[in-house]
Design a protein around this ligand. Sequence first.
Ligand code: NAD
Length: 241
Amino acid sequence: MAVTGSASGIGAAVVAALRADGHQVIGVDLRDAAVCADLSTADGRRAAVAGVLGLVDELDGLVVCAGLGPHVPDPRQIIEVNYRGAVEVLDGLFRVLRGAAVAVSSSASTMVKWADNPISRGEEAAALADAGEYAGHLAYSWSKNALTVAVRQRVAEWGAAGVRLNTVAPGAVDTPLLRAGLESRFGDAIRSYQAPIPRRGRPEEIASLIRYLLGPDAGYIHGAQFLIDGGSDALMRPTEF
Ligand code: NAD
């Protein structure tokens, strides 16, 4: 198995869950990982794929989890890591995958429609230049919407190859990423976000769903997105699904 974003938060919880099941897991992250690579650059993404391929000939599972939150200063980095850093690792390791893969998207993926997503037209740089103080939030939603679309666009090719691919879409989960957001100027907005289950998710709860999706009991689940958000999406959009 290989997991990007393995050094912290949800990715670290996924690594722990998979290792508890007896899997050998290759972590990929900026640091504290078997493969250290910067997924914000094309060279770094190639190095991440090459690093994994240098350690194994086959993978029975892959989780692309590395990501940046809306609060980081350069919104272009959010798109590079959350979208390209996930899709290019999925595509780069596809040929050695024998089991299943999961991409960690977000409930924010539903906050923009693909037709309105500038990434769909390759126009994100111009759109970000016009985005003002909300650029980070927009970049985050665009990146996660594009990631979920990319997964759905791969179902035919991946299904024919016998490799399942799904996304999980967490709401607010208690990790360093969320805590950094709480300390930013967006802290009050994040605090006002109350799910019907009145607490934040735990990384282990997301890892538990990912572990299930990678395993044989999920053998007919392919191309699906699973919200794991304490009921927030149903609260906000009860008639849209
Ligand atoms: P986290 O900050 O705890 O972990 C993210 C990991 O990604 C870190 O180990 C970090 O080093 C790694 N990473 C960041 N930039 C990288 C780069 N350029 N190259 C390689 N690795 C890089 O955050 P988390 O909350 O565990 O987030 C994991 C995933 O879950 C992200 O994709 C995030 O968007 C998604 N998510 C989180 C929440 C939440 O509320 N925490 C909600 C929805 C989705």
